[in-house]
Ligand binder design. Structure first.
Ligand code: ADP
Length: 377
């Protein structure tokens, strides 16, 4: 037997559901805006109104992209086609981004937004955006970067003094030293070299994060750049009896217009990692291939590999996989984060394949004529 609810009961539960969703929406701790399928604002919660400085009546029924002005980091208006709301509607996928919003009084505010289309039967019937004011986070980030930059610069001077005097002692400029003393001095020099590398990494990261890294593109042969890096790293590979070879695939030239120093930093990082995370007697192969629009190089090793569950974190700041932390204590988890940031500046891409216990291969592609190569502020 089918029980039917009386009409008024259905009415009440629909009203209850409405009240519940209203209360839920209004209690969201971040700003929240909903629109209909045409992008007209249907609701905004009190936090959203407070962040933007509008009254509800200013916004309801207005077209979202027109009323909520979005700006890029240079405070230029973002085109309609590039607005997250447009992309969310076009792709049916959620979009998250950082941008600037203009408040009612004209003030500009950094915000982090996340917008999701509301789909019904596969079609968008509206969208919901959640956004928050990130002024304080941005300020803290800036201060952190400035601090690291300042500290790193200050560390360089005493380090170079330690290095210079250690070299003078080893080379006998200050009298004879015993074999044991020489050994200790070489350890000091190696440690200062490592510290210098770490300082360079930190400085490069702050430059990337603050957008001040200088990019000077020139025509270079990627094959040659790889060859030079490999020569520099051969000693480290030899110490572990690892074979380090370079190959050129195909006949096409490997010329790219890119920044020589930056790309060498990328290659050095990848090859050093391969050496570090491969056991004695291992094999590393660097190969370079010119393609129509880009040049691809790869670094393959038969080392410890990256566990599957860590694949998604490899390029994040300070990440080190469990299988390597146990065996190799030196490392900061900053190298690949830096490499990815540097490649972004060059318009390049990086990806990898890896299996634990089998090995890893990192691929990098660089556009021949970096159209996206940005000269930074
Ligand atoms: P670091 O080497 O200083 O720890 P990276 O950012 O260069 O930092 O690398 C992050 C982590 O990714 C490493 O700690 C290691 O766990 C893993 N990894 C990177 N390259 C390789 C590789 N060739 N083989 C195995 N693991 C790797």
């Amino acid at each position: 037997m089918i029980h039917r609810l009386p009409e008024e009961k259905i009415q009440i539960s629909a009203e209850q559901a409405q009240a519940q969703s209203e209360a839920l929406f209004n209690s969201i701790g971040d700003g929240a805006i909903t629109t209909d399928e045409f992008g007209k604002i249907t609701r905004i919660n009190p936090v959203g109104l407070k962040i933007l400085g509008y009254a509800e009546k200013d916004l309801i029924g207005e077209w979202f992209p027109k009323k909520i002005i979005a700006l890029n980091e240079r405070d230029e208006s973002i085109n309609l086609i590039d607005r997250p709301i447009t992309r969310a509607f076009l792709t049916g996928q959620p979009v998250s981004e950082k941008m600037h919003y203009r408040k009612k009084n004209g003030d500009i505010l950094p915000v982090s937004i996340s917008i999701s289309p509301i789909l019904f039967g596969g079609k968008p019937i509206g969208a919901i955006e959640v956004f928050r004011d990130i002024t304080i986070e941005e300020e803290i980030d800036r201060m952190k970067s400035e601090f690291i930059s300042l500290a790193s610069h200050q560390l360089r001077t005493p380090l170079s003094a330690i290095k210079t005097y250690s070299h003078m002692l080893v080379d006998g400029y200050m009298g004879e030293t015993t074999t044991a003393q020489k050994k200790s001095l070489r350890t000091i020099i190696a440690a200062t070299n490592r510290m210098n590398e770490l300082i360079s990494t930190l400085l490069n990261i702050t430059r990337i994060e603050s957008g001040t890294i200088a990019v000077s593109p020139k025509n270079i042969h990627l094959y040659r750049a790889c060859d030079e890096v490999i020569k520099e790293l051969n000693l480290a590979a030899n110490e572990k009896s690892i074979s380090l070879t370079l190959k050129k695939k195909g006949a096409a030239t490997t010329t790219v217009k890119t920044d020589n120093l930056i790309i060498k930093e990328v290659i050095t990082n990848l090859v050093s990692n391969a050496i570090k995370y491969t056991s004695e007697d291992g094999h590393i192969e660097v190969s370079v291939q010119g393609k129509t629009n880009d040049v691809v190089f790869s670094v393959r090793d038969n080392g410890w590999g990256i566990p599957k569950e860590s694949h998604s974190q490899v390029f994040t700041k300070f990440f080190r996989a469990q299988n390597t932390v146990k065996r190799e204590t030196t490392g900061t988890g900053l190298g690949l984060y830096l490499v990815q940031g540097l490649l972004e500046r060059l318009g390049g891409k990086i990806w990898f394949e890896s299996e634990e216990g089998v090995g890893t291969i990192f691929y990098v592609s660089l556009p021949r004529n970096s159209p996206t190569l940005r000269s930074i502020k």
